[in-house]
Design a protein around this ligand. Structure first.
Ligand code: IMP
Ligand code: MG
Length: 174
């Protein structure tokens, strides 16, 4: 099946929004160190760009969970594929995700991280599809709210492809 990608958010729009979120985070965490947790693989592009724009001290860790296969629909199954390298006890943790869709992945992940006793725990997502929410998730920083369309680019994939697009696009099947 042939696919086409239609631009939803240009590289410039995404970059400007990340700059603004970076400034907001720098203000909110003034005098503290923020421990960014990237949810692989989708969150990686956003986390790198965001981290470069945060002016308070930053440390990083990565974790990988799976909720989707190669399909465009949620399986509802959340599994930890790679856990964090370091303890988050007493740290000001900010989870960085590519997108909140049904909310299943994040709701599970945030509950699990809360049990590990961070000093604070917040969530930052580049994209949010509020119409799709099944499980309630408290999002502290959102890049863009987008309509219920399957998007790719800036870390987001379709069957592991398109993550490297420097913009966000809607994938269309012909
Ligand atoms: P949730 O558990 O339904 O909120 O799913 C979140 C995960 O599903 C994201 O981290 C993405 O990996 C994937 N996902 C959801 N919507 C999209 C999309 O439009 N494009 C690509 N991946 C998506
Ligand atoms: Mg993801």
């Amino acid at each position: 099946m042939a696919e086409k990608v239609r631009v939803l958010l240009t590289e410039q729009e995404v970059d400007e929004r990340i700059q603004a979120i970076g400034e907001q985070i720098s203000k909110d965490y003034a005098g503290r160190q923020v421990h960014l947790i990237c949810v692989l693989k989708g969150g990686s592009f956003f986390m790198c760009e965001l981290a470069k724009r945060i002016t308070v001290p930053v440390s990083l860790d990565f974790m990988s969970v799976s909720s989707y296969g190669s399909e465009t629909k949620s399986s509802g199954v959340v599994k930890i594929v790679k856990d964090l390298d370091e303890s988050i006890k007493g740290k000001d943790v900010l989870v960085v995700e590519d997108i909140v869709d049904s909310g299943r992945t994040l709701s599970y992940l945030m509950d699990m991280l809360k049990d590990r006793d961070p000093a604070s725990l917040r969530l930052c997502t580049l994209l949010d599809k509020p119409e799709r929410r099944v499980v309630d998730v408290n999002v502290d920083y959102t890049g863009f709210q987008i309509p219920d369309e399957f998007v790719v680019g800036y870390g987001l994939d379709y069957d592991q492809r398109y993550r490297n697009l420097p913009y966000i696009g809607i994938i269309e099947f012909e």
